[in-house]
Design a protein around this ligand. Structure first.
Ligand code: AMP
Ligand code: MG
Length: 486
């Protein structure tokens, strides 16, 4: 394991043409203190858990001190926000500190969120609040451990520095770790500002670093777009299967490698409510949960437009047409697995759709209902799950069909339960759980953050000592309004 000040930086992005970014040093937080540290992500960087005891740890990750080898910069990008092109975006409150290459040869971006003002800050203060850092820290780690591509988080550093949001809050920093911080919006910017040379340079850089298998292909740009379409379709399917709502699916919040990126007012479904809107500023429900698949395609259209100087129109359209079948295939296969079905039988689709419909009509909990379905026994007509449904007769009727379907394939109850429990999580980051951790942290007790991180790093396992974390949300926690200010 390496000492903290010997991280192996190789800053490839900062060697690209200077027009792509502005070098900016971080503005350190005043009187920083450690809030959370994730040894699992430290290990990705070849750092042992003891790195957090380095007297400079907090100085490095609050922006007070520069890690040797880092080369902090603010990236320029633009993007479509709620459907409208905004030419003035860029890293306004986060800096790419540099890229660390670990012993396995993997390169990881270190991005310090909340690191102070940059030329792209517009009216913002360049800061992030403790609340939103905790949400991103827990949300991104939870997604990763659900098996969904996501950025990761190394640590949160807090301070008493006041920042003004709806109320006065305390500034904090989050150290985000990701394969890349290049967004759809990077390419939109270069296209819309008429910089085709730089656009080609950046696309070739992306291919070389993140899609190396395409590097020597004559039609690499077209294949690259096709691959982004495939990954985005897959990501949308995974979000829907997990009941995850992103909240702000602007193209500047979409990663070019298909990872979940930029956690704002995100949320996981409690009750299955397809029209769920987690961002209380999203008045028209543009990013409602059930809109996510079509927004993914909308964003890919914006990206296709940005690539129209590099890739032929027909190839772009061809690639876009693979989105829906790719997504539907992954989503229906995922639902099939969530129900524990094997093979294909006539009527499977209806069985799945009717279960979701039953959940929606009864306001039943999405995560818990799927999880508890694994305990259904074919020789028992009643299921404990029944009590979660208002319309019990409708549930019983569905259950009869489900049991009959399992019998057709000769399903073994124990073996099926094992399979189902490996895809239906027991523990998710319910909004109210995050809120409890935030409330405690805001009064100086950070312990709940680590407890949740650890819980959610094993979401499919039974954790008897943590059973209460799998409970339904209390009344106060059912409809928390999540502001997009962060
Ligand atoms: P976000 O809503 O975090 O995806 O950010 C959208 C845009 O606003 C990005 O260009 C951010 O860098 C910028 N931004 C968000 N919050 C701040 C802030 N407090 N200070 C400066 N820029 C910000
Ligand atoms: Mg953003």
């Amino acid at each position: 394991m390496l000492p903290l000040d010997a991280l192996n930086f190789d800053n490839t992005f900062s060697r690209l043409p200077a027009g792509l970014f502005t070098r900016v040093p971080p503005t350190g937080l005043h009187k920083p203190r450690l809030v959370a540290f994730n040894a699992e992500v430290a290990a990705l960087l070849d750092l042992g858990p003891e790195c957090v005891r380095n007297p400079d740890f907090v100085a490095y990750f609050s922006g007070q001190k520069l890690l040797p080898g880092s080369d902090p910069l603010a990236m320029k990008y633009t993007g479509h926000q709620f459907g409208v092109y905004n030419p003035d975006l860029g890293d306004g409150r986060g800096l790419l500190l540099g890229e660390v290459v670990n012993r396995r040869g993997e390169a990881w971006d270190l991005h310090l969120k909340g690191a102070g003002k940059t030329p792209y800050s517009r009216f913002g203060d360049g800061r992030a609040v403790l609340r939103s850092c905790i949400r991103e820290y827990l949300g991104s780690e939870a997604m990763h451990h659900l098996g969904i591509p996501s950025t990761r988080a190394l640590c949160i550093v807090g301070s008493d520095e006041p920042v003004q949001r709806e109320k006065t809050e305390a500034a904090a920093t989050l150290l985000r770790v990701a394969d890349t911080h290049i967004r759809f919006g990077h390419l939109e910017w270069l296209h819309h500002s008429g910089q085709p040379e730089l656009l080609r340079t950046l696309v070739d850089y992306i291919i070389q670093h993140h899609f190396p298998e395409l590097d020597d292909k004559a039609d690499r740009h077209a294949q690259f777009f096709r691959e982004v379409v495939r990954r985005t379709a897959r990501l949308m399917a995974l979000w829907q299967l997990a009941g995850f709502a992103h909240g702000v699916m602007n193209t500047d919040n979409f990663s070019i490698t298909g990872a979940t990126f930029d956690y704002g007012p995100f949320g996981f479904l409690d009750a299955y409510e397809p029209g769920f809107i987690c961002n209380h500023s999203d008045y028209h429900g543009r990013y409602a949960w059930n809109q996510q698949p079509s927004v993914g395609l909308w964003n890919l259209n914006a990206l296709a437009y940005a690539l129209s100087g590099l890739v032929g129109k027909d190839e772009l359209i061809d690639a876009l047409q693979t989105y829906e079948p790719e997504l539907l295939e992954a989503y229906s296969r995922g639902l099939h697995d969530k129900l524990g079905l094997q093979g294909e039988q006539a009527g499977d689709r209806e069985l799945v759709v009717d279960f979701l419909d039953l959940l929606a009509r009864n306001g039943a909990d999405y995560t818990r209902s799927f999880r508890r379905l694994s305990s259904v026994r074919q020789d028992v007509t009643l299921s404990p799950l029944r009590d979660d449904f208002v319309d019990r007769e409708a549930f019983d009727a569905w259950l009869d069909r489900y049991r009959a379907r399992l019998a057709v394939e000769g399903s073994n109850d124990d073996e099926r339960a094992r399979r189902m429990n490996a895809v239906n999580p027991k523990y998710i980051l319910r909004n109210y759980l995050a809120q409890v951790a935030i409330d405690k942290a805001e009064s100086g007790d950070y312990s709940e953050i680590e407890r949740l991180r650890s819980l959610l790093s094993n979401p499919f396992a039974e954790q008897p000592e943590n059973e209460h974390y799998a409970a339904l949300p209390p009344e106060w926690g059912k409809h928390l309004e999540i502001s997009c200010s962060s």
